[in-house]
Ligand binder design. Structure first.
Ligand SMILES: CC(C)(COP(=O)(O)OP(=O)(O)OC[C@H]1O[C@@H](n2cnc3c(N)ncnc32)[C@H](O)[C@@H]1OP(=O)(O)O)[C@@H](O)C(=O)NCCC(=O)NCCS
Length: 186
């Protein structure tokens, strides 16, 4: 299987809303209401125009199966936030997410030249935290009841990946991908 990242363009507007509204994705997000067309369009246009945000679709053997993104890319280039989801549940558990991690980290560290990439996950999201740790992310904290979603409070794990940790994990991640039959393009 070949996994590549393709920058999101206007043509992806509808898919992004569909993916983000899928309960298998939205259940792990800090807001999980159904995103209407108007709300999505405003967000999408702002996202495309914002140079501090980089959104890609994750394409596996030619099929777009999810998204990975960098946000808060600072002008000084020292750090950025990072996130991802696979909308197609059939695409999960195959190494596609790990491949998207590798490709997006290369971009962050080599092209944007950031020193550290940060992310967060709801504490119960064991699959996401397991994935993040498998590619070199290290936990930096636990924020109890940090996010209010409807009537519940979500606790959040914060993680970060430094350039040095990625340099140390990259070969190991590429080895795992090769064992899973996943090739990355980029
Ligand atoms: C999080 C998500 C992207 C993971 O995708 P995936 O297809 O399972 O990931 P991959 O198959 O590429 O990689 C999985 C790695 O994580 C590890 N992993 C997965 N679930 C795990 C778990 N519950 N505990 C420990 N490790 C786990 C796997 O063992 C594997 O690592 P390995 O190769 O070292 O064994 C996917 O489940 C998803 O999109 N979830 C919904 C949206 C979401 O939660 N996004 C993140 C919000 S913070």
């Amino acid at each position: 299987m070949i996994v590549e990242l393709v920058r999101v363009s206007l043509a992806d507007k509808a898919s992004l809303r569909e993916w983000r509204n899928d309960p298998a994705v939205s259940k792990w997000m800090y807001t999980n209401h159904e995103i209407g067309e108007e709300e999505h369009n405003a967000w999408f246009e702002a996202m495309l125009a914002d140079e501090s945000r980089v959104y890609w679709k994750i394409v596996a053997d030619g099929i777009a199966v999810g998204a990975v993104f960098l946000t808060d890319v600072s002008n000084q280039g020292s750090s950025c936030e990072w996130g991802m989801y696979l909308a197609d549940v059939n695409a999960r558990g195959k190494g596609i997410a790990q491949a998207a991690c590798a490709l997006s980290f290369r971009y962050a560290f080599k092209v944007l030249a950031v020193d550290v990439v940060k992310c967060e996950a709801v504490v119960e999201n064991e699959n996401a935290i397991g994935l993040y740790e498998s590619v070199g992310y290290v936990r930096t904290g636990l924020q109890t009841d940090a996010v209010k979603r409807d009537n519940e409070m979500l606790s959040v794990v914060t993680l970060e990946l430094t350039r040095d940790s990625w340099n140390m994990s990259e070969a190991n991640v590429l080895q795992k991908l090769s064992e899973k039959g996943v090739n990355i393009n980029g």
